[in-house]
Write a protein that binds this ligand. Sequence first.
Ligand code: ARG
Length: 640
Amino acid sequence: TNLGSLLTKIGVHDFQSLCADFPNAHTLSRPTDIYRVLLTNVLAKLTGCDATLIYESIQLPNTLPNGDLVLPVPRLRLKGPKPNVQAVELAASFPENQPLFQRPTASGIHLPFFFTPKSLSHLILPYLFERHEAYGRDLTMGLDSSAPTERRKKIIIEFSSPNIAKEFHAGHLRSTIIGAYIANLYESMGWDVTKVNYLGDWGKQFGLLAVGWERFGSEELLAQEPLKHLLDVYARINALFKPEEEENKKARAEGRDTSEIESRGLYAERNAYFRRMETGDTDAIALWQRFRDISIDRYIATYARLSIDFDEYSGESQVKTATVDAVESSLKEKGVYKEHDGSWIIDFEKYGFKGLGTAVVRGRTGSTTYLLRDVAAILEREVKYNFDKMIYVVSCEQDLYFKRVFRTLELMGRSDLAGRLQHVNFGKVLGMSSRLGNVQLLGDILDQSRDAMHDVMRRNTTKYAQVEDPESVAESVGISAVMVQDMSGKRINNYPFDITRMTSFEGDTGPYLQYSHARVNSILRKAGLTRQEVAEHCLRNPASLEEQFSDTPHCVNLLRLIAQYPDVTAAALRNLEPSTILTYLFRLTHQLSSCYDVVQVTGTNEGRDVMLNRAGLYEGARQVLENGMRLLGLTPVNRH
Ligand code: ARG
């Protein structure tokens, strides 16, 4: 293989046979695993420890000064002196002139290892340039090792899932951003991904919308701005409905019978219309279908601005009566379904599920509930997709709800299926609508962010004059601003929507990330070099790279960071936190900008070879930056 010959050139022989002992080493996708294998080999000879134990003990330090790999010595459980003494002894006996590792110096009970500059030039950069956009991906992660023939594992990611004729709120925005990222991540790891948008397109509110349409609907407005018009119709009828709803709530609180209230006015109209929908009345269904189709049409166009496309627009309306019946009869059969006050409930507490309370599964008026539809939808997806895993990307406000969904499956005797489901949650965005003004649709959020970004760009008049298509740059950078703000912290954290901060070019923001990419991208252009010739140069002349960089710590550190990227994506697949990638990208851009002062590509009169070497370093960093940005769903802007 190429890897074998890269390693032979720096004096590592017979790598293939060494690897046989480490089935968990992903040496073709994670270069640090090559180092791990070789380090384990050296340490096994020194200590006589079991190779697997050593391999599993080697960790990734969290900052560059702490090394590229680190061994906490106590993990080896060696007999003899105290671990800090052992660490010193191990360091002293570590063989001289290892091609991949510098002599370590003990640091307490830790033994930090630093990659040699030689290996960074001879191994890491060529490794990257053999892979380009595939660097950081690992298609073997999605392979089912238990299957007799090669099979990719199937995952469904359900995200965004707005409600038709209702506001697209911050929760939907976060679900969209995080969900698309998780879908990209699984795809880049070789899983077969299906992206599902589970629309809120059913329920009594559609009865109310239809009643509103009879009064306030306009075909003309529906054709012009369908989403806005449906929102408007719903808002108007809902305002009329409010007093009746209040009256009903009050009666219920006082323990009075509410059937009289519900038998007249908009209540009666709404319920009657929804009844017609649930019983399949042709006209009622046709109107609902029109609203649904028109809405999906507009959604598709808006998601395209974020480069998101769904494989399936499903929704609460799509579950079949037969499946709903199957869920209910299973619940009855298991004896967990109880009739109570005309509705059907599950008392989760009774089955030892503390804190889950009691949930209504079929309502008093005989209609299905959100919960019942969700459980039925799972059974249908199981048949349709035979998935290995399904992830719901939904706000933490629905934590309790999803616990109930999963537990319901268990109570039905489907623990096997429940075990394949995961709710990936996230916290709140504070003050989005108040800061952005009138935002009700995804398109509004994106428009306003674009406009705010455009204003910031205009403030730098000289730069602004050079931008070719400011409107489209403002669109991409504005979207990055929103997305980076969202992905900066742990998912579960709440954060304030801060337009000034997110559109700033200073600090760890989307515009800064875009600026960093555009700047590094301009280096080759200004030097008149193509990516291809730079990559080829680096593949052919590693010795010249080494000579160039080994004495420049800024460059060495940049290469060390580049080497880590595939470990970062692997960690991201475990925790599903976008911030894992983003934090890394900011470290990379900061390191990059510290290189600009010391390593110039153009205007140095040092000859073409030097120029190509240096361009190679920047092109390598650019490629990793681009890979990370695309993984997050950001579209790199090439000029700034
Ligand atoms: N439409 C729902 C809402 O806006 C989100 C749907 C989440 N997915 C699910 N399968 N329940 O709250």
